[in-house]
Write a protein that binds this ligand. Structure first.
Ligand code: TXA
Ligand code: MG
Length: 316
């Protein structure tokens, strides 16, 4: 397949990317969380190409990205709580799952045939500009092969999804570095389907206590599967230090050694989140037999970091 053009996000290039999306092509673009592999969400054939490029199981639905809350309200059934949550957290790293509106134009394949649709207004202005210019909702999973580490810079996308996208917009590194939080407001009690860039602590004053996903519930989402976000080498968690042959990912002062790095020298969780996926890729080297990772506190963004690390460490 042809190498896609890796383009700086000039107005001209964003316009070209929007036209490519409208023509049914795939475009990789940055958001504040991770890079997405975008397609016209209303075009079933374009959406099918996204599933094929990622090797993604068809039962795992995609997020439809829109330029503003009003666009989301046209696609799904937003009750009073969902509207309040949208007003408070959009644009930003939060995905809201609601029931599909009766005339919702999002291709059924994008929501994996479910009666619900996942919607997000990205925090990065460049992403909203692209979506607005394309003039349609954009289905975009993280731009990685299914089950692998999400991309937080354009080079990761180029390495892994090479020829799938006609254009890769290079907006530099992603500020948040972890995927959006997925909040299900489609039924009775609000359910936290995936911890992410919006913390539970920020949500709960508005939503009340968030329930955990029901095991064996209607959606079996690979973001929720035990093994996901996996590097090639095995991971060993809660490690005080590396054992012989291991790389080491610290949380705190930077360790010595060729295959050692720190998520954050100051133990800052936002910095750690932004560094996590890039450092996992960097340490996932043939010279090491495993990657040992320091303990991370499970509060705020630490919950999403630990969630990703546990899935990356799970048996496959
Ligand atoms: O930050 C993000 O969310 C990134 C950027 C590109 O926006 N996107 C992303 O997409 O992480 P993806 O496909 O890797 O993860 C989407 C998650 C999956 O766990 C999927 O199962 C869940 O959202 N999801 C999508 N539609 C859903 C639905 N209707 N009901 C329940 N879960 C849904
Ligand atoms: Mg993903």
């Amino acid at each position: 397949m042809a190498r896609p053009a890796l383009l700086p996000p000039t107005p001209r290039n964003v316009e070209a990317a929007a036209r490519a999306l409208a023509a049914g092509e795939l475009v990789a673009f940055p958001t504040e969380t991770v890079y997405g592999l975008g397609a016209d969400a209303t075009d079933g054939r374009a959406v099918a190409r996204v599933f094929a490029a990622k090797g993604r199981p068809r039962f795992n639905p995609l997020i439809a990205h829109v330029a503003g809350p009003e666009d989301a309200f046209a696609l799904g059934a937003f009750g009073p709580l969902a509207r309040e949550v949208a007003a408070r957290f959009w644009p930003g790293p939060l995905t809201i799952v609601v029931r599909r509106a009766p005339d919702c134009p999002v291709a059924p394949l994008a929501s994996a045939g479910l009666g619900t649709v996942a919607l997000r207004v990205p925090g990065l202005a460049l992403a909203r500009d692209l979506i607005a210019r394309a003039g349609r909702p954009i289905a975009a999973p993280s731009a990685n092969r299914s089950g692998r580490i999400s991309p937080t810079c354009a080079a990761h996308v180029a390495e892994e999804l090479g020829g799938a996208a006609s254009i890769i917009l290079d907006g530099g590194p992603c500020a948040v570095g972890l995927e959006s939080t997925v909040l299900d407001l489609s039924g009775g009690a609000p359910v936290l389907l995936r911890p992410g860039g919006t913390t539970r602590e920020a949500l709960e004053p508005l939503t009340g206590p968030l329930a955990a996903p029901r095991p064996g519930g209607p959606v079996v989402a690979p973001g929720m599967l035990a093994s996901h976000y996996a590097p090639e080498r095995p991971l060993r968690l809660d490690a005080a230090g590396p054992e012989p042959g291991e790389a080491y990912l610290a949380f705190g002062p930077a360790p010595e050694g060729a295959f050692a790095a720190t998520l954050s020298a100051d133990r800052d969780l936002a910095e750690a989140a932004a560094n996590l996926f890039g450092l996992l890729r960097a340490l996932d080297r043939p010279e090491v037999r495993a990657i040992a990772v320091a303990p991370i506190p499970e509060t705020g963004l630490g919950r999403a970091i630990v969630d990703r690390l546990r899935r990356a460490a799970a048996p496959r």
